[in-house]
Design a binder for this molecule. Sequence first.
Ligand code: AMP
Ligand code: MG
Length: 347
Amino acid sequence: MLLLRTDPLAPDRDVIRVAVDALRRDGIVAAPTETVYGLFTHAQSDEGCAKVFKAKGRPPDNPLIVHVNSVEMAETVGYIPDELVDVLRRVWPGPITVVVRSRGVVSRCVTAGLDTVAVRAPAHPIPLAIIRELEAPIAGPSANKAGRPSPTTAAHVVEDLDGEVDVIIDGGPTFLGVESTIIDVTKKPPVLLRPGPFTVEELEKYFGHIEVPPVARGLAEADVALAPGMKYRHYAPSTPLIIIHFDLKEAAKDLKTRGVRVAVLCAMGRCADADAVIQMGADLYEVAKNLYKSLRDLDRLGVDVGLVPAIEEMGLGLAVMNRLRKAAGHREARNIQDLLRALPNKQ
Ligand code: AMP
Ligand code: MG
């Protein structure tokens, strides 16, 4: 395994060539994007794609995102609706993935056998340079073990995938910190599949009305959202995490008097005294950027439980809350009674 460092804004050509050589030989390469680190294969390589799934431990029915450097390249992979060609020229490169009908040219492993394909142009010089040099699209998910928080630094990639990747390019911390927004444009109106840095409010200026189903908010079913740990976990720390919809100080204090060791993940000025405190950030952008690092840090503290304040689901807050809900395994508390029910030893 090669670990190569380069300037994210002016990538070293030799580093890019090493990565491209590995991709041409059906190898896999971890590299930063503007959102999180990706684990890439040549999009047409069955063998490379199989290696991505194996390294991640990812279920084979969960498809990868195809990364291109232009709308023209996207059109070689999927059928871009005519009315979206100009729209995509305006929003790419950027953290917005569209699901379109597939032309069937990328590996079936990449699309998990679906007749649709997810495609985007990343706003990061490193993957863009790789795609240009390879003269072909690359495909990848986030470069973490399945179920773990996504990596926002090369050190996170090494933590999860040491020895299982051919090349890791260290281009420093990623710029945004949460995965791309995904919309399904085969539907009218388009449906939000995953909220991300490109907010729904902003997207609607380009795509018109977008439908936001409960699942995109991270609510598996609204009624069971308060039940602890019932739905599948994702982006998950090992330490139980609980989302607090009431006074954070009151929650932390109550648990402390019961002898529970608590870490508080502070966000947007909401914080509390606890056995450990993780500062996620004063504004939504900082919180998004530090989210996955904070979830990884939580596991290093040796506490019984982590508490995080609920974030308003507006703008980037929708993306942050979707990740928090999955990381918390849907443990959310609106009062002390909920909190006690959500405690791991009370299950
Ligand atoms: P990751 O960024 O690691 O979460 O992986 C890529 C994401 O894209 C996953 O959430 C996939 O479910 C999603 N995805 C990829 N292709 C498709 C598709 N054809 N339809 C719907 N979602 C897709
Ligand atoms: Mg992922």
